[in-house]
Design a protein around this ligand. Structure first.
Ligand SMILES: Cc1ncc(COP(=O)(O)O)c(C=O)c1O
Length: 427
């Protein structure tokens, strides 16, 4: 095997090892831990904007490029900054905003992870990649895999099919299976786990996949290389928190780079109340997510507008995960209500000129509150990660095509039935 431009490292033990192609865990280790890519190149050389996401290739665990990507863009805010009285507010935007030179057609930063994960994959791989998701992740992976001919089995709850809109029909190498109506994200995950017990399929890995995290880290790389300095604060709405872990890891690499300062951005992460498991664990100083009553949690998820922020098992406790990131960098878990996020979305549209995803509006709402109650210095250097936007506009400007399921499975399906149906799906 040709040698790679990075090695992998266990966060728990510091052990280093080679990437066997799709290594997700530290070999022969007892404790659950994230692993991290340690790049040979310590000073990043950023490519041209026209290279899309791959302008940050030095710090992506890949050795090929896929077509059609955009990198997140960063600019200094005027409108919102003025509204909030902030002198150093930078907005990092992922989504659709042609005037700013970015046209992510699935309209969220989930494209950063799918272009990175897809490019980590060996083009000769015979097994099929499996991804379970309820929304933006599914859309991003479907598009990237369709455009680049990567076989993909997508597992989604049937009730979320409306999230699977595209500006072009998705090709047949992407196959959608669903957990029937009434099921949720966990039923989709269950299906994906069953598929991955089969020889024909393998899991994408979520937060454990270094390509996913380092793809999302490009938001921070965009901000810091544009500004020339590591910010004081990082604002982002979290579901799993993978984006915030990625931002922290990028921060550590940028300190090592030596040209951007040696501070750690305070991680000002946010959730949509009343669904607040990360908030609750953080303020209880607990590495474990506090026990949740299933019915209450389901009801809370029904109540929140920013549905993508509804992960009940975030990579928070795992070594090298969100709890460790927050302990190391410092930060807070802030909350926004549905009303606050609606007002923040309107404010962003008025002040900056684009619609934003409800999840991004959660981050904006918490920034508004922090500015109002003076909990951050008005001259602090702030990165606001607008993780999704331009969706309303994109939909109004394009004809939309919906991906249809190949198979619908009952909730709690018989394992043998799933095996039988999936066995020849890609033949
Ligand atoms: C637009 C948007 N913002 C934020 C998030 C939260 O990201 P993470 O799960 O990495 O915390 C998501 C997750 O799907 C998202 O789609």
């Amino acid at each position: 095997m040709e040698s790679k431009k990075y090695t992998l490292q266990s966060i728990a033990t510091g052990n280093k090892f080679e990437d066997k192609g799709w290594t997700l865990d530290a070999p022969n280790e007892e404790q659950a831990t994230l692993i991290r890519a340690i790049y040979d190149k310590k000073q990043i050389e950023v490519g041209d904007l026209s290279e899309g996401l791959y302008r940050f290739e030095d710090w992506l665990p890949i050795d090929r490029r896929l077509k059609g990507s955009y990198a997140p863009i960063t600019y200094k805010s005027e409108g919102l900054a003025k509204e909030l009285g902030l002198s150093n507010l930078y907005i990092t935007f992922s989504g659709y905003w042609p005037e700013k030179g970015i046209k992510m057609s699935t309209c969220s930063f989930k494209e950063t992870e799918s272009y990175s994960v897809g490019a980590r994959l060996d083009p000769q791989e015979k097994k099929v990649l499996v991804v379970a998701s309820a929304g933006n992740t599914a859309r991003a992976f479907a598009k990237v895999c369709s455009d680049n001919n990567i076989p993909l089995l997508l597992c989604v709850p049937e009730d979320n099919l409306s999230a699977l809109w595209f500006d072009e029909p998705i090709k047949d190498n992407v196959k959608l299976i669903v957990a029937e109506s009434g099921g949720d994200y966990f039923d989709a995950i269950h299906l994906s786990n069953l598929a991955c017990e089969m020889d024909e399929y393998f899991p994408e890995g979520g937060a454990k996949n270094v390509a996913r995290r380092d793809g999302m880290a490009t938001t921070t790389l965009s901000a810091v290389t544009h500004i020339g300095k590591i910010p004081d604060y990082y604002f982002q709405a979290v579901g799993s928190g993978t984006g915030a872990i990625a931002a922290w890891e990028a921060n550590l690499r940028l300190i090592e780079d030596g040209r951007f300062g040696d501070n750690k951005m305070k991680l000002m992460i946010s959730q949509n109340s009343p669904f607040t498991p990360i908030h609750d664990a953080w303020y209880a100083n607990s590495r474990a997510i506090l026990p949740m009553d299933d019915d209450i949690a389901r009801k809370q998820v029904e109540d929140i507008t920013a549905k993508v922020l509804s992960n009940r098992k975030p990579p928070y406790p795992i070594i090298g995960g969100l709890f460790d990131a927050m302990k190391d960098a410092g930060g807070e878990v802030l909350l926004a209500t549905n009303d606050e996020l609606a007002a923040a979305g309107d404010l962003f549209l008025k002040a900056e000129g684009n619609d934003i995803h409800p999840a991004s509006a959660v981050a904006v709402a918490t920034l508004v509150n922090a500015a109002k109650d003076n909990s951050i210095d008005k001259d602090a250097l702030i990165m606001l990660n607008i993780t999704g936007g331009g969706e309303e506009r994109f939909k109004s400007e394009h004809e939309l095509f919906y991906l249809k399921p190949k198979l619908v499975f009952p909730l709690n399906p018989d394992k043998e039935l799933v095996f039988e149906k999936l066995k020849n799906l890609f033949l």
